[in-house]
Design a protein around this ligand. Structure first.
Ligand code: HEM
Length: 155
């Protein structure tokens, strides 16, 4: 069975919760990325410049929101079309930016883990469940595969 309407609904519903406090969840997301992979710090221009994670940095927020939002859009596409389609120019840009920043395939696993844990915290223990985790996980994986494939054209 493909990506269901229910799975799409679970992703949309939790994105609504994240949206209520982007500054907090962006920061939490980055803290988790660096907790899992401290070395990732040096790849982000806005993290290289400071000792601590900046509290209110527009670039940090932008990246977090892009990951949250594009994963949510992927969930919608998976349900509608059965696949994730990223606009050509966007995908090319994503390929270039990540290769240039030194991002490697395994980093996508780190970001996935941080994403899932951020959403789990946002939703709260009582409402969080495997179904929600798998829906986000699947949407993220398909998006990440598209970016990783594109990155192979930009070395
Ligand atoms: C830049 C999206 C995964 C590290 C960017 C940009 C976008 C983006 C749109 C351009 C700058 C911006 O608009 O903020 C995504 C999406 C991802 C993803 C949708 C996964 C689905 C990753 C991963 C890493 C990473 C796994 C590494 C841990 C970076 C870095 C930059 C960047 C270092 C440059 C930012 C800077 O230094 O200012 N990403 N990204 N991204 N991304 Fe990602």
């Amino acid at each position: 069975m493909g990506f269901t309407e229910k799975q799409e609904g679970l992703v949309k519903e939790s994105w609504e919760v994240l949206k209520q406090d982007i500054p907090h969840f962006s920061l939490r997301f980055f803290s988790l990325i660096l907790e899992i992979a401290p070395g990732a710090k040096n790849m982000f221009s806005f993290l290289r410049e400071s000792e601590e994670i900046p509290q209110n940095n527009p670039k940090l927020k932008a990246h977090a929101v892009k990951v949250f939002k594009m994963t949510c859009e992927s969930a919608i596409q998976l349900r509608e079309k059965g696949e994730v389609v990223v606009a050509d120019t966007t995908l090319k840009y994503l390929g270039t930016v990540h290769v240039k920043s030194g991002v490697k395939d395994p980093h996508f696993g780190v970001v996935k883990e941080a994403l899932i844990r951020t959403i789990e915290e946002a939703i709260g223990e009582e409402k969080w469940n495997e179904e929600m985790k798998n829906a986000w996980g699947e949407a993220y994986d398909q998006l990440a595969e598209a970016i990783k494939a594109e990155m192979k054209n930009h070395h």
